[in-house]
Design a protein around this ligand. Structure first.
Ligand code: PRP
Ligand code: HPA
Length: 185
């Protein structure tokens, strides 16, 4: 006997979503982030630490916008696991690069309630990083963010709605949509 799991339809979600930011606009924003990060690094070779999976698209575009040479590594930490509300953080891959006395540029698609970035940032500090700079494509505007984490280089601010596209998923779908969409309430 076979079992099938039904996933909410991405096409249906798009019909009840607003397009917030198109690719062209996001590319311009990301290029500006690159300039600002170059200035902050001031020639220092940082560890560019991508939080998979969501940061894949943003991370690639951001890296190409930074002129300072970088070392690349990634972590995989997930707390939404394909759903639309967060839970406990699961570590699927820890950093491999030596972070002792390094500047880490921690890169993620979205800072929502902040649990993910706070946990990964604290882990970098435990591994001896001397400085962790956080770069995000977007931050969600609400008052539920945990204390003690913020983005140092953020692209765009978003309303307090579930968003997807440009790396962010709707039930593990829609990550490669070249724009950011928000579900209507
Ligand atoms: O600020 P928070 O409330 O912690 O949410 C932000 C995190 O949630 C998403 O990851 P998710 O757990 O969905 O995994 P994914 O990267 O594989 O999509 C996103 O990529 C961030 O890492
Ligand atoms: O609104 C969101 N969309 C996609 N992934 C997310 N991870 C945290 N918040 C979100």
């Amino acid at each position: 006997m076979s079992t099938t799991t039904s996933v909410p339809s991405l096409a249906e979600a798009l019909t009840r979503s607003d397009l917030l930011f198109k690719r062209e606009e996001l590319e311009g924003v990301i290029a500006h982030l690159g300039r600002a990060i170059d200035a902050a690094l001031d020639g220092e070779r940082a560890v560019f630490l991508t939080v998979m999976n969501g940061a894949l698209m943003f991370g690639a575009q951001l890296a190409l916008s930074i002129r300072t040479d970088l070392e690349f590594d990634y972590v995989h930490a997930t707390r939404y696991r394909g759903a639309t509300s967060g839970n406990e953080l699961h570590w699927l891959r820890e950093p491999v690069a030596a972070l002792q006395d390094r500047t880490v540029l921690l890169v993620d698609d979205i800072l929502d309630e902040g649990h993910t970035l706070k946990a990964v940032r604290d882990d970098c500090l435990r591994r001896g990083a001397k400085r962790v700079l956080v770069a995000t494509l977007c931050c969600k505007l609400h008052d539920r963010c945990v204390e003690g984490i913020q983005s140092d280089f953020n692209g765009v601010n978003l309303p307090d709605r579930y968003v997807f596209g440009y790396g962010m998923d709707y039930y593990e779908q829609g990550r490669n949509l070249p724009a950011i969409y928000a579900l209507k309430e």
